[in-house]
Structure formats: structure tokens, C-alpha cells
Write a protein of this length. Structure first.
Length: 324
């Protein structure tokens, strides 16, 4: 499950749909969210990623929410820009979190400001915060995987190797380098026609930076899928296994279709999660997706893409599948 505790953000990245969609500056009510998290833990939910429409660390009670999530028996991941991942917050949450991935997208302050449209001091703040996180992780023997994310764009392509070395040297576990993907609701098409064939050569150079404790994950397969723009499945089979709660408490089946009522199952302020999950509206939504959704018009490299490829092959096995 993905949850967006806050609809506000302290950055307006050039590639982010947040700037071009009707997101509201709002936050989930802490008491209601904690009540639902307890319920979800009892229902058997395995994991929550705090990310979504805004910067999750902007929620005023985020430390307590994370601690409560862990107490509810749910694994936690965080995707953040890292500016607010300050020392006191790190010390409160790091032992309860499975992984933290920070969107950096640059190796110099100038490029960082251009892409994140942030303050010039934010880049150094993020690097210092993650350096401290690595220190606390090692000091306390925490298992939390610390990583950085680099969305490969024309503006930052020359800084990928520099950031990889920087991430390795400050104690990160990994750096993910991935392609852009066009959000269906985004009004910007600045990178819609970007192609990644010219960037594949970076893979070998980046692999030389790997060590026993640090790995660069260069998503060549995902880049190829973006360039090809085709899918190996005709329907979305993954939707029943995933959900998204926005900062207003709405439970969605797919974050690419926010605002489309067919994908909204209910609201956690009005009903328990179990009631929302089991009600007829969700069943009607799943039936509509199965029978009418045209996946060729869905977001390329959506979050459910790899799961859909796997499930489609299970349901539609190729010939001779039982032979090694």
C-alpha cells in the first residue's frame, strides 16, 4: 500500500506531476490514520510506502505515524526528497524503517536547483542528512537500506557518475538510476519524447563504482520499455493487490487515475478500511478494469507494470513453458 500523509511539498521538480495537477495542501488526520493502520495490521497488510502526492516528511506527526505503523506489524518504506530528514527524525524512525530512498537527481547544487526548483542550500542539506543517517545506521546496527534515486534527464546526464561516487562515499547502500515516465494527468509534456538509447553506455561506467556494500541499479530494462512503449499484457491484473490513500483520506485503486471516481473506493474518514475494501463499489471498479480498461493507454512503466507482466504470463503461459 502507498500512503500520502501530506499533500504539501517543499519542492516543485520539473518532472513532477504535482505542479500540474489539482493537489491540495492537506494532511491526513493522525488519529484516524493510526486507527486505520492498526486495523490494516490486523487485516494482514504487509507493507506501507509513505510517498505520493506530496513530501511525506512534511506531516507534523510523521515520526509518530511511522513508529505506530511498525507497532502495527507493517513494514515501512519512505520515498522523500530528504530535506526534512533531519538528525532528530533520523534517530526516531531509522530503526523502524525497511528502506529510505531519496530523490536527488543531481550531483551539484546548480543542477539540483534547476531540476528540483529548490533553495540552493537544499542539496548540501540532503547530502548531510543522508551522511548522518548512514552513521546512525552503522552505529546502531539498523537494517534500513539507505538509497538515492536519480531520474535520468538531459539536464543531469553528465552527473550520474559523480553522484554514484558521492553516494558510495557517504555510506549509501545503493543508487537507482531510472527513466522518466509520463503521468497521465500531468499537463507538462516536456520529457514525453525522451529516448534512452544514448544513455545505455553509462551502465558499464557505473558498474565500476560498485563495491561489496554499494550498488548502482541502472534500470536498462525499464529504459528499454519506455523507448519501446509497448506492453506484453492486455489487462491490468495487479490492481486487486495494491491501493493508494491520498492526503484527503480517499482510497484509490490506481494512482494514475486520481480524480476518476471509477477508481475511488471510499474514504477512511467515513468507513473502516475493511468496509471500503469489501464494498460493492470496489468490486464494480475491478470488474470495469478487467472488462473495459484499455491498458495501451495506461502510463508506460507504471508501478504495476512488472507485476502485470508476471501475472499475465502466469495466466497466459507461452508454448513449451514446462520445459527447461
Amino acid at each position: 500500500m502507498e500512503i500520502s500523509p501530506s499533500g504539501a511539498c517543499n519542492h516543485r521538480c520539473v518532472y513532477c506531476a504535482l505542479d500540474y495537477m489539482n493537489y491540495q495542501k492537506r494532511s491526513l488526520d493522525t488519529n484516524i490514520l493510526n486507527e486505520r493502520l492498526t486495523e490494516l495490521g490486523n487485516l494482514g497488510l504487509k507493507s506501507v510506502m509513505y510517498a505520493g502526492e506530496g513530501e511525506p516528511l512534511m506531516h507534523k506527526d510523521i515520526a509518530g505515524i511511522i513508529n505506530h505503523t511498525k507497532k502495527s506489524g507493517i513494514d515501512i518504506a519512505i520515498t522523500t526528497n530528504g530535506v526534512l530528514l533531519k538528525e532528530d527524525l533520523i534517530e526516531k524512525i531509522l530503526g523502524d524503517v525497511e528502506w529510505i530512498k531519496v530523490s536527488v537527481d543531481a550531483a551539484t547544487s546548480d543542477t539540483y536547483v534547476k531540476i528540483h526548483r529548490a533553495r540552493s542550500s537544499d542539496f548540501d542539506t540532503v547530502i548531510n542528512n543522508m551522511t548522518y543517517a548512514a552513521k546512525i545506521k552503522n552505529k546502531n546496527g539498523y537494517k534500513c537500506a539507505l538509497g538515492m534515486q536519480f531520474l535520468l534527464l538531459p539536464e543531469n546526464q553528465n552527473e550520474a557518475i559523480l553522484l554514484a561516487r558521492m553516494a558510495r562515499d557517504i555510506g549509501m547502500d545503493y543508487l537507482v538510476i531510472k527513466p522518466y515516465t509520463q503521468h497521465l494527468l500531468s499537463k507538462t509534456d516536456r520529457y514525453r519524447n525522451i529516448k534512452y538509447n544514448d544513455y545505455v553506455s553509462l551502465a558499464d561506467k557505473l558498474s565500476s563504482i560498485n563495491t561489496d556494500t554499494f550498488n548502482v541499479v541502472f534500470r536498462v530494462r525499464t529504459m528499454n520499455k519506455w523507448d519501446e512503449g509497448v506492453r506484453s499484457y492486455n489487462s491490468c491484473l495487479a490492481l486487486p493487490f495494491w491501493s493508494y490513500i491520498d492526503a484527503g483520506g480517499n482510497v484509490w485503486g490506481c494512482s494514475a487515475y486520481l480524480g476518476d471516481d471509477k477508481f475511488c473506493y471510499g474514504n477512511i474518514y467515513e468507513s473502516s478500511f475493511q468496509e471500503i475494501w469489501e464494498r460493492e463499489k470496489r468490486q464494480k471498479s475491478l470488474h470495469w478494469v478487467e472488462s473495459k480498461l484499455n491498458t495501451s493507454q495506461c502510463r508506460v512503466n507504471c508501478r504495476m507494470d512488472e507485476i502485470n507482466r508476471y501475472l499475465w504470463e502466469l495466466k497466459n503461459p507461452p508454448e513449451h513453458v514446462n520445459f527447461i
